[in-house]
Design a protein around this ligand. Structure first.
Ligand code: KMH
Ligand code: ZN
Length: 282
């Protein structure tokens, strides 16, 4: 399969919204959705303008990142009640979260969960993902029927993904989907050349999306659309809509991605079609 050929089922574009993340503070970013009510409203708004999946980090009552299992379960239930979006929980959490709590996220039984494929410098911090931990996440998802999204912060992590699949088999659902997270200071740059280089290393038959952090958001979005990929947007990854203009809300970013996907003749696909694409049970 040529790298620029849209992969199976990807004649349309799956848009994921990552609305919150673990890095921004509510004090600095007042429009960041942090409460359950704000998150549900965001999920509905983003579904309305073209998102099919939501990548969730939750916050506690003080708006701090948390992996509290009760809150995660409540969040999964609330988003399912109010939308048809595919619910993906982050197992990346914050850089300070212990492995045990990150593995515990799987007990909230989301449709999908992230699985980062290696350690990366993350600005001034280190986002630690040991091999044994990656294997534990992969197996934990196989056992629970959760569909992973493999998060790729650097090119060598695609080699690690091949090793994981060779040694431990296909994920639940039988389909491999990954997300290129580009432009993190310490990871791969967010540009077209690097995205093209990544395509050579993506396992055959896998689908991919891409997200560009900060000012790489638009170049990565356009490069991924042109390469037959899907896209992730949201305030986890960027707070700037245009030069000198802050993001109003997550739906603004999703609406722009949906518009560009239509222009690219690869319009947004809804949650049902995206479930088929990713192998997520309905
Ligand atoms: N918050 C970052 C340290 C993920 O969600 O899986 C990791 C992250 C990746 O956001
Ligand atoms: Zn995340």
């Amino acid at each position: 399969m040529s790298p620029s050929t849209p992969r199976p089922g990807s004649s349309g574009t799956l848009i994921t919204v990552a609305p919150t993340g673990a890095e921004h503070s509510k004090a600095d970013v007042p429009n960041l959705p942090v409460t359950l009510e704000e998150l549900v409203r965001t999920a509905r708004d983003c579904e309305r303008v073209g998102a099919a999946m939501i990548h969730i980090h939750v916050r506690d009552g003080a708006a701090q990142p948390t992996l509290d299992l009760g809150l995660l379960k409540e969040t999964v239930a609330a988003v399912r009640e109010n939308t048809r979006l595919i619910v993906q929980l982050s197992t990346g959490g914050a850089v300070t979260d212990p492995e045990s709590a990150r593995l515990g996220v799987l007990d909230a039984m989301p449709d999908s969960a992230s699985c980062t494929m290696g350690t990366v410098n993350f600005g001034d911090d280190v986002f630690l993902n040991r091999w044994e931990f990656i294997v534990a996440l992969h197996k934990g998802m196989q056992e629970r029927g959760i569909v992973p999204e493999y998060e790729i912060f650097d090119l060598g992590q695609l080699t690690a993904l091949r090793r994981l699949l060779d040694e431990h088999g296909l994920p639940s659902g039988g389909h491999v989907h990954l997300d290129l997270v580009m432009g993190v200071p310490g990871g791969m740059p967010g540009d077209t050349e690097t995205l093209a280089a990544a395509l050579r290393l993506i396992p055959d038959g896998a689908s991919f999306s891409a997200t560009g952090v900060g000012r790489t958001s638009l170049p990565v979005l356009l490069a991924s659309l042109s390469a037959g990929g899907h896209v992730r947007v949201g305030m986890e990854d960027t707070l700037s809509y245009a030069r000198g203009e802050r993001v109003r809300d997550n739906a603004q970013l999703v609406a722009r991605a949906a518009g560009l996907a239509k222009i690219a003749q690869r319009p947004p696909v809804g949650p049902e079609e995206s479930r088929v694409l990713l192998g997520v049970a309905s």
